[in-house]
Design a protein around this ligand. Structure first.
Ligand code: NAP
Length: 251
């Protein structure tokens, strides 16, 4: 185990990222809470601090190489060398293929794929130096195909290939790389989807729960718990895996 117990969670101002940052703080990590706007990280940081943990708010666009480098350097200087990275930042720009703009495509690829690439590249040197590390990428059940999400499902499938290749390249340095593919999780992202299809969120989650074997939708903490498992010191023989956290075997 590395001396440094510092984790970075991207997109951690809200939703799954916020729950993950809080859980990793509970697990004993100092957590860098990265999101587009540093001010929006305040709630996550104060929740961690008031529970007795340590956190740092950092504003950065994960799709911008300069901002990523500055952010990771700042984390290393202010918290210590980061040896855990959760690539969670995400956006949706849903549209049927015939209506999908180039901007819808590029934005989604930029945040999910370029973002995970840039963050992993900037952070791996700290993990290699420590001869220990954990990278967890947020994929999605949409990687298996989802109407209206050609851009997002492509990016989320791409993250699975990225995960497996990094697992192969970085394994010899004591670094594991895994992915989580959540099903329906109640966050602002699924709220936006409900809005797009013209449904009340409550009605939307009820309809989703009806087709989920465990008869409920997921909560951000369900994903945070799986991140915690992958990051655990005792999970060092689990690498290059994708775990579907969807309340059942199918999306
Ligand atoms: P969310 O509530 O929309 O939160 C996403 C966070 O990422 C927001 O705080 C957002 O900041 C931030 N972000 C967006 N672009 C960014 C960028 N370029 N750089 C840094 N931060 C950025 O989403 P969520 O539902 O928690 O989803 C988290 C992850 O899980 C995503 O990768 C998503 O694709 C994946 N996922 C979610 C579900 C689900 O059902 N919710 C299912 C499968 C996979 P702003 O608020 O400033 O935009």
């Amino acid at each position: 185990m590395a001396d440094s117990r510092v984790a970075i969670v991207t997109g951690a101002a809200r939703g799954i990222g916020a729950a993950t940052a809080k859980r990793l703080a509970e697990d004993g990590f100092a957590v860098a809470v990265i999101d587009l706007d540093e001010k929006n990280c305040a709630d996550t940081v104060s929740a961690i601090e008031s529970a007795g943990g340590k956190a740092l708010a950092v504003g950065a666009d994960v799709s911008d190489a300069e901002q990523v480098k500055t952010a990771v350097d700042r984390v290393a200087n202010e918290l210590g060398a980061p040896t855990v990275l959760v690539n969670n930042a995400g956006v949706i720009r849903d549209n049927m293929l015939f209506k999908m703009t180039e901007d819808d495509w590029d934005t989604v690829m930029g945040v999910h794929l370029r973002g995970a690439f840039l963050m992993s590249r900037a952070t791996q040197e700290h993990m290699v130096a420590a001869k220990w590390g954990r990278i967890v990428n947020l994929s999605s059940t949409s990687a298996l195909g989802n109407r209206g999400q050609a851009n997002y499902s492509t990016a989320k499938a791409g993250l699975q290939g990225f995960t497996k290749t990094l697992a192969i390249e970085l394994g010899k340095f004591g670094i594991t790389v895994n992915a989580i593919a959540p099903g329906f999780i109640a966050t602002d992202m699924t709220r936006a989807t409900a809005e797009r299809v013209g449904m009340e969120f409550e009605e939307f989650t009820k309809a989703a729960a009806a087709s989920i074997p465990v008869a409920r939708v997921g909560q951000p903490e369900d994903i945070a718990n799986t991140v915690s498992f992958f990051v655990d010191e005792r999970s060092g023989f689990v690498s290059g895996q994708v775990i579907y956290v969807a309340g059942g075997p199918k999306a």
